[in-house]
Design a protein around this ligand. Structure first.
Ligand code: TXA
Ligand code: MG
Length: 318
């Protein structure tokens, strides 16, 4: 029997019982539990097989709630919250003592956001506690952007996926921390850097492996299909290299005529980066189920959401 359901009151009951529910957000589905329940948080880590050193994002219902869980809000953090929440920006801020160490992997900061999804906003407003929710995929695997993706991963391990349709943005939130009051991007994501800079001026990106101590989730290999994946800016040369293999090709907008391709998918025939981002993980899920030898992905333009798409594709190749 399917565990997918639209019943918000059922989700409330399960969460109140310290169990987990997968929830829709505008970015990806999350595997959610009560932040104050040790039992729920432990089962998030166990279900995902996620290492305990990798902290979780806390999802809150309103900007006002922020004061209850963080010590201090830098001026530029407030500007970003006002500009983008509810929405795909996560702020890493100094935590208050009420936030359990298990959530933050012992750090003195907590990652927090208000998701922009009507179902989950309604759910959050019906609960007496915020929800910790990492992406609802086993550690290192492709993030889920539909309720079905989550059911395929966790059918036997959780009671319910709250159905909110396909995720509109399709890539995780952009994570921003603060060093000496200045915003630093720890993870590229669904809010493009240009939009952030319009609000707070120039921001530094520390999205790489060197920033691992800051955002332990940013491991080199992440968001990865089981199928070998290659990212290239020279499609024809790469196709030639894999000429005797079963090849799946992901392009930005163009269709390539070449007999070495078994299946190809353009993420946006119209050449739209927003549409490409929202299709990316679903296409990776599809190709990963086709017994291909290799998935070849075309490099995206290196600006706006193209930067975030390249980041995820890059990590899928490791
Ligand atoms: O869009 C999203 O952000 C989704 C949806 C469900 O909200 N969530 C998500 O969670 O992507 P997750 O757990 O897959 O990624 C959380 C990232 C990890 O890379 C983690 O290291 C980082 O957030 N993080 C969490 N707390 C942190 C902290 N205190 N300092 C630095 N990085 C932190
Ligand atoms: Mg994740």
């Amino acid at each position: 029997m399917s565990i997918i359901s639209k019943d918000i009151s059922k989700a409330v009951a399960i969460l109140n019982a310290e169990e987990l529910v997968a929830i829709p957000t505008e970015t990806v589905y999350g595997l959610a539990g009560n932040i104050f329940s040790k039992k729920a948080i432990n089962s998030i880590f166990a279900t995902k097989q996620r290492p305990l050193f990798n902290p979780l994002i806390v999802h809150i219902p309103s900007v006002e709630y922020l004061d209850k869980i963080v010590e201090y809000i830098p001026k530029k953090a407030q500007l970003l919250a006002d500009a983008f929440w509810p929405g795909p920006i996560t702020l890493v801020l100094k935590k208050k003592a009420v936030i359990p160490d298990l959530i933050t992997a012992g750090k003195d900061t907590v990652a927090v956001r208000i998701p922009n999804h009507p179902t989950t906003l309604e759910l959050l407003k019906s609960l007496d506690f915020p929800l910790a929710a990492p992406s609802a995929n086993p550690f290192n695997r492709i993030s889920p952007t539909t309720a079905q993706h989550v059911e395929d991963y966790f059918k036997d391990q959780i009671q319910m996926v709250l159905d909110g349709g396909a995720c509109k943005s399709g890539i995780e939130s952009t994570i921003i921390g603060f060093e000496d009051e200045e915003p630093i991007i720890y993870r590229l994501g669904s809010t493009p850097i240009e939009a952030i800079e319009n609000v707070v001026g120039k921001v530094e990106i520390k999205n790489n492996r060197e920033s691992a101590p800051k955002a332990p989730g940013m491991l080199a290999r992440h968001y990865a299909p089981k199928t070998k994946t290659v990212l290239t800016d020279n499609i024809l040369e790469t196709l030639y290299y894999y000429k005797n293999k079963r090849v799946g090709l992901i392009t930005f907008k163009s269709e390539i005529e070449n007999t070495n391709i078994d299946v190809q998918i353009a993420l946006s025939k119209a050449g739209d980066l927003t549409e490409s981002a929202s299709n990316l993980y679903d296409v990776l899920h599809q190709l990963d189920g086709m017994q291909l030898d290799v998935i070849i992905a075309e490099k995206f333009p290196d600006f706006g959401l193209g930067k975030s798409i390249n980041d995820r594709l890059e990590r899928a190749t490791k």
